[in-house]
Design a protein around this ligand. Structure first.
Ligand SMILES: [Mn+2]
Length: 457
């Protein structure tokens, strides 16, 4: 993989002008930022755009634009064998065909690594950046944010594989620190009770999603919710208070019959961006990733990109303003999905959000749904949402237990979508597709057959 990274680096060095095409999620934005900064430091002429997915229209346009070199980051593996008219390099981590092992294509799956936890799109892009100049190891912080944005720490409650080497670079460069702490989202910026209210991995029956219960839980432990007018955050608590909270939750989970394996998930490795201000979204890798998701998924990728490139003034302010809207959309989306009612079939369950949830956040909502108390995680969950141009976006999520039994949502969605003139792909545990409207039922039927075959049922 490092050899391939060097080869891609050589191609970049030989080019005068490079156009970057990246994905609209946190991993895509950080990948695009790493690529931009690398080209900037080399003094190359470059441009960048962010897209939801690579469709025919975009690829035709790129062919016509006749760039000297197009650098696809966090996407592109699906078209690696096609479009010879585009002179390209690809740094992606989504599942790909074995025969796409081509000189311009860097993807962990081609080298025997699993792109769902070993390395992200930003990480793959970072390897090329580092091969060009060792000084670029300061960009490893962005690669860690990208990996966290793609939930690559979920499986082992910490980053693994190639991601750990990137983490080591970050420590060496003094830009990243790792430590064990509570894994719930919002350590730096969320009021304590809100951190508990939105806890979902592990879900805490009796506390998760219940605001009042979370406030009284803290009161019962004699933990102040406020310092004067300021809500106290996890990072504001002293060691004793943190230990009290963790041991109470552990006890609650164990008495409710959750095993050791699930209960342990409350603690894991967290990643601090050492150069950022404590108590801001930028100081914690997961919070940074969510800040980026609030920009590009709403068509404002330049906001996230400028924050990644170092702006701490007007662009950061804009990103923080967008964050409020994103949070509201997730809460409303989750509520909407719950009211929609999940329909169970033999090998999967699904809900259709119609126009109720944006297609760009249906994946996040589907993931939150699968983690929630009301949803049975013993079946893969499919979420549908209509897109602006009249198609239907599909998001599929499952659990590690299913993946261990042989389920691969990436190939299942790719095959099912292909039969209906759509496109699909992603990872074994989380995948997506776009299909024509009205084909949902057909899609589910094909998908069920795929799942049944994969699991040998
Ligand atoms: Mn990614």
């Amino acid at each position: 993989m490092l050899q391939r990274a060097r080869e891609l680096g050589d191609t970049i060095r030989k080019s005068k002008e490079v156009h970057i095409v990246t994905h609209i999620d946190a991993d895509g934005i950080t990948a695009g930022a790493i690529a931009s900064e690398t080209l900037q430091r080399l003094g190359k002429e470059y441009s960048i755009e962010c897209v939801k997915q690579l469709d025919e229209l975009i690829l035709k346009r790129l062919t016509n634009e006749n760039h000297e070199l197009v650098w696809f980051t966090d996407l592109g593996s699906s078209i690696s064998m096609e479009y010879p008219g585009i002179n390209k390099i690809i740094t992606d981590h989504h599942a790909c065909e074995e025969d796409s092992n081509l000189p311009f294509h860097l993807n962990p799956h081609l080298f025997g690594f699993d792109g769902s936890y070993d390395i992200s799109g930003a990480g793959a892009t970072y390897l090329v950046s580092k091969s060009i100049d060792e000084k670029n190891i300061d960009l490893s912080a962005l690669a860690v944010v990208g990996a966290c944005g793609d939930l690559q720490d979920r499986r082992f409650c910490k980053l693994q594989g190639t991601n750990r080497r990137i983490l080591a670079d970050g420590k060496k460069a003094g830009v990243i620190q790792n430590k064990l702490d509570i894994r719930y989202f919002g350590r730096e910026t969320r009021p304590m009770y809100k951190l508990l209210q939105y806890s979902d991995d592990p879900f805490i029956p009796g506390l998760s999603r219940r605001e009042d219960a979370c406030v009284s839980f803290l009161q019962d432990l004699n933990i102040r919710c406020k310092d004067g007018d300021c809500w106290r955050k996890w990072i504001d608590l002293n060691k004793e208070e943190r230990q009290k909270i963790i041991s109470s939750i552990v006890q609650m989970l164990l008495t409710k019959g959750f095993g050791h394996k699930i209960t342990c998930r409350i603690i894991g490795e967290i990643y601090i961006l050492s150069k950022e201000k404590p108590g801001t979204e930028l100081h914690d890798a997961k919070e940074f990733a969510t800040l980026l998701n609030s920009t590009a998924r709403y068509g404002k990728y330049e906001v996230g990109l400028n924050v990644c490139l170092g702006d701490r003034g007007k662009w950061l302010q804009k990103a923080q303003n967008l964050l409020g809207g994103h949070r509201r959309n997730l809460v409303e989306g989750l509520q909407f999905a719950k009211e929609e009612k999940i329909q169970k079939r033999t090998f999967l369950q699904f809900f259709h959000a119609g126009e109720g949830i944006r297609d760009t956040i249906i994946g996040i909502v589907t993931n939150m749904m699968l983690n929630s108390e009301e949803v049975d995680s013993s079946l893969p969950l499919i979420g549908f949402a209509n897109t602006e141009n009249g198609d239907v976006k599909v998001s599929a999520r499952t659990t590690q237990a299913f993946v261990d039994k042989g389920l691969d949502l990436s190939s299942a969605l790719r095959n099912a979508a292909k039969q209906l003139n759509g496109v699909g792909g992603g990872h074994n545990i989380a995948a997506g597709a776009t299909i024509p409207k009205g084909k949902e039922e057909e899609f589910l039927e094909i998908l069920e057959k795929e799942i049944k075959n994969q699991l040998d049922l």
